[in-house]
Design a protein around this ligand. Sequence first.
Ligand code: NAP
Length: 246
Amino acid sequence: MIRFEGKVAIVTGGGSGIGAATARRLASEGAAVVVADVDLGHAEAVAREIVAARRKAIAAAADVSKEADVVALVDRATCAFGALDVMVNNAGIGGVQGDIDEVPLEVWQQVIGVNLTGVFLGLKHAVRAMKAGGRKGAIVNVASILGHVGFAHAAAYTASKHGVIGLTQAAALELGPLGIRVVTVDPAFIRTPMIAGMEDGVIPLHPIGRLGMPEEVAAFIAFLASDEATFLTGASYLVDGGYVAR
Ligand code: NAP
């Protein structure tokens, strides 16, 4: 499938896990991809791999919780490739987990800063570029099953992902008339570095009997970002092996 020929995409947190798989997937279908990550080395490694496969990618350093970084990232994409069509706000952190009455304020603020404010900033500046380019666009925000249900000892993470779903609904109402779609993808536990050490304990929470793979989430993100999904906006889509059906 070549659904992104001539299109330009940014993937935040593109140096690892779901973001890396999404960058590879969009590039494999023809997109020029800006692989953005707080860790430039990781972003460069993914971009190099894409270029070695004769597809288009550049790497960019960006901490999504910092507005100046996100402004520079979006400007980099439009300068390098001329426009912005697809924004995947994927960067996120788990944060230190613990009893709610012991969570340090700094941990709460860090998780909200990356997972929720980071998505807001990505959305804000992607929309600026999409409006300026006069192009329709698709914005896919990576939330979580924990945007739908709770998880003990993960208050900040759960709150941040519920926030991403609300933000997505508000943005979709505003941007629908401009032809800019905004959706979330809500994975259950996916085998990435984020959940290292937790894998065996959480497998039984998935009726399908295994964890998800980053490529399975990336395939769905690519569908949502493509012109096959032109009637989809404002909604959230579980990719969860049945987790929330339990
Ligand atoms: P991952 O493998 O840890 O990848 C996340 C990437 O984001 C890493 O490269 C990380 O860099 C980067 N990052 C962290 N903070 C950043 C920031 N402030 N600005 C820019 N980049 C930053 O995790 P993943 O599992 O692929 O997670 C991707 C998204 O899926 C997250 O939003 C996560 O909440 C969501 N999600 C994951 C799961 C799961 O089970 N894996 C389930 C549901 C939802 P460093 O490695 O240097 O920190």
